[in-house]
Structures are given as structure tokens and as C-alpha cells.
Design a protein around this ligand. Structure first.
Ligand code: GLA
Length: 390
């Protein structure tokens, strides 16, 4: 059984684009082991676009570019497997991949078998250059069937960028995860917009078929293909990772693990956050509030629209994760009324709160909690319910 909790791993696309090779993938596999990512649960190492020759072989098969992969793909897969990791590859439902390489439209069954013969465990399946006459759902189903027909267990990571409401049919056609948006960029607005756009869709995500909000940019710091000039702060990346964990979506790292700052390695391996991401009940968070933060200055106050974001997630074992974000640029209060979390003043029940980032036990809180938060930063609390009177 695959993809019972959200899949986790690393993908070459965001940082390396076409600059991929046998040695790069082996180095990344080594890093995933030596730096603790594998043991933290990141198990898939995925090669994105640009791995093949520009033409198929005479017998119609995809061919790894010998300049990039001189020992062929099975050798890469064997190495990745020898490290206790799983191996992922990439193709596309159109007639060419996004970078213009041959792709699997009308070649689904032969390509799926090629991947299986190499020992592939995960297929990311993109949507560029899809023929106008083609039917998107049927073609994703065709590749799903082709993968199943190989007899090998291969995680099907469908990537049609949210076209045709994938939450409505990707589970039914056998996908294990599906991209729900356009590409992420290494920028605060890009990833907060992605998360906001999925709030009313996450209830369709769960065990065996997850909404994929795209690869993480945590720690990329402007390097690679998806930077937009301004480098994210640590707090912005922490907000991204916290949101992806809280939303229970796949965690596919995108940064160069060989040069990742220790702070980001620690963030990506944060046990409390990963435990929330992998919680066995796989519930989506409940949107408590999305409106204004309050800035108080010299006895006056003002509101900044569409900047407060509060989510409450039910976890197993009577626990809750409570997330407050200040999406505005400046320091502000984010007001959370517990009545909006199902705890009216009359309930006689408090939230016993612990700050996940600092470890501080805040203790039982009733009625409301209004933390002051820096701009572009968040707070996350693990909570239990306690009775305030007998
Ligand atoms: C598309 C996908 C990306 C990446 C590129 C590769 O844009 O959405 O995730 O795979 O193609 O060319």
C-alpha cells in the first residue's frame, strides 16, 4: 500500500532544471541518507524533466541522455535503492514535455513498462503540449492503467496544474497525488496564494490520493529556476513548511541538499511538524478565519485586509494543531475567538496550548487568543482540551 500518509521526498526540477546527471542524483541520494532526510521519512528521490534524448529509439522507447546518465537509468535506480530510498522519474501526458523532450501521449503502455523495467517507484506526469483533441481525464487514466499493467507498485503523481478540478476525479482514476495549481515560485506571495487557493479543496485530499500544492522551496534562497529576485526570510520559509505540514499535502523538497543551511535542514526535519503532516487521520485543516490583522499604535488601531489566517486541524489522540499567520508586512495582532473554533464562552472548556516553535507551554486558555506576530510570520500551537470546571 503506498501513499497512506502524504508522500515525501526530493525533486530535481526546482533547483536543477536540465542540469541533472547520474553523479548529481547519486550525490543527492547520499545526502538524503547522511544528513538524516531518509530517516526523517523523505523516501522518494525524483528526477524531473530533461533526462532523456530528444528522440525515441528505433523501437519507440524513451532513452536516457548518455551524456547525463552514461550508465543508463537502471544503474541510477539500483544506486538509489541501495541507499534505502525509492526512485522517481518524470514524463508528460502531452506530445512533448514542458522542456520539449519526448513524452508519453500515445506511448503510455510502452513508457510505463520502460519505467518499471528500470525499477521506477514514482512517476510525475506533467501536462504540457497536450493535444487539443485529447481528453485530459482519459489520458491520465490511461497512464494510471499503464502503470498498473506493469505489475510494479508505482506512485502516480499526476501534475495537470489543477485543470478540470482534479480533486473531483484524480482519486477515481488511481492517482496518488495531483498538482492542484500552477508552478510554485520561491516567493512569499506565490506560496501563500497557493495555500489560500486550496482551502476549500483540501477536504478532497486524503489517504491514497493527496492534493499536491507543489514542491517546497524551503531553503532555496533565490537559487535555481523558480526564484523571483527577492530571497525569502527564515520566517517565510517556516510559514511555508508549516502550512504544507498542516494541510497534510506531499512534502517534496526542492533545494540543493548539498548546500542547505543547517537551519533549513532542521526545519525540514522538524519532528513536531512532520508528525502533524503524517497524522494518521489525514484530516484537512478547518479554516477558522481569513480576514484582517489588527495593528495598534499610540492608542489607535487599524485593520489590514486579507492578512489574518487561522487554521485548526483535528489530529489523532484528541490533539489539535492551531495555526495563526500574519500575512501583512508589519507586526500585528491576529485575533482568534474560540467560539469560531467550536468553543463558546459557555463551554467550560479551555485549550491547553504549547508553542511548537519555542516549546513554551502556554497553559489552558479560554475564550480567545490574540498573539502578536511579526509580518510574514506564523505561530503554531499543539492543543488539548481541558475542562475549566467540574
Ligand atoms: C511544469 C511542471 C513543473 C516542472 C516543469 C518541468 O512546469 O508543472 O513542476 O515539472 O514543468 O519542465
Amino acid at each position: 500500500m503506498i501513499a497512506r500518509p502524504p508522500p515525501r521526498g526530493w525533486n530535481s526540477g526546482n533547483t536543477f532544471g536540465e542540469n541533472i546527471s547520474d553523479s548529481l542524483i547519486r550525490e543527492m541520494a547520499d545526502r538524503m541518507v547522511s544528513d538524516g532526510y531518509r530517516d526523517a521519512g523523505y523516501e522518494y528521490l525524483v528526477i524531473d524533466d530533461c533526462w532523456s534524448l530528444r528522440q525515441r529509439s528505433a523501437d519507440g522507447k524513451l532513452v536516457p541522455d548518455p551524456a547525463k546518465f552514461p550508465h543508463g537509468m537502471k544503474a541510477v535506480a539500483d544506486y538509489v535503492h541501495s541507499k534505502g530510498l525509492k526512485f522517481g522519474m518524470y514524463s508528460c501526458a502531452g506530445v512533448r514535455t514542458c522542456a520539449g523532450y519526448p513524452s508519453s501521449y500515445d506511448h503510455e503502455f510502452v513508457d510505463a513498462q520502460t519505467f518499471a523495467d528500470w525499477g521506477v517507484d514514482f512517476l510525475k506526469y506533467d501536462f504540457c503540449n497536450f493535444p487539443a483533441s485529447g481528453d485530459c481525464k482519459t489520458r491520465y487514466l490511461t497512464m494510471s492503467m499503464a502503470l498498473k499493467a506493469t505489475g510494479r507498485e508505482i506512485l502516480f503523481s499526476a501534475c495537470n496544474w489543477g485543470q478540470q478540478e482534479p480533486g473531483q476525479w484524480m482519486r477515481q482514476i488511481g492517482a496518488h497525488m495531483y498538482r492542484s495549481t500552477g508552478d510554485i515560485f520561491d516567493n512569499f506571495k506565490s506560496f501563500t496564494d497557493i495555500a489560500k487557493s486550496q482551502m476549500d479543496k483540501l477536504h478532497m485530499s486524503g489517504s491514497y490520493c493527496f492534493n499536491d500544492m507543489d514542491m517546497l522551496t524551503v531553503g532555496m534562497c533565490g537559487k535555481g529556476n523558480v526564484g523571483l529576485g527577492k530571497v525569502c526570510t527564515y520566517e517565510e520559509y517556516r510559514l511555508q513548511f508549516t502550512l504544507w505540514c498542516l494541510c497534510g499535502v506531499p512534502l517534496m523538497m526542492g533545494a540543493d541538499l548539498r548546500s542547505l543551511d543547517a537551519a533549513y535542514k532542521d526545519l525540514l526535519q522538524n519532528k513536531a511538524l512532520l508528525r502533524i503532516n503524517q497524522d494518521e487521520e489525514c484530516r484537512a485543516p478547518y479554516l477558522v478565519r481569513r480576514d484582517c490583522v489588527i495593528v495598534t499604535e499610540n492608542g489607535t488601531w487599524r485593520q489590514i485586509p486579507d492578512s489574518a489566517f487561522i487554521l485548526l486541524r483535528h489530529l489523532s489522540d484528541h490533539e489539535f494543531a492551531l495555526f495563526y499567520a500574519n500575512l501583512a508586512d508589519e507586526r500585528a495582532e491576529v485575533h482568534g475567538e474560540f467560539v469560531d473554533m467550536g468553543l463558546p464562552v459557555t463551554s467550560g472548556v479551555a485549550l491547553d496550548m504549547t508553542d511548537v516553535f519555542t516549546g513554551e507551554h502556554i497553559g489552558p486558555v479560554t475564550d480567545f487568543y490574540n498573539p502578536r506576530i511579526q509580518g510574514h510570520d506564523c505561530k503554531l500551537y499543539l492543543c488539548k482540551l481541558v475542562k475549566t470546571h467540574a
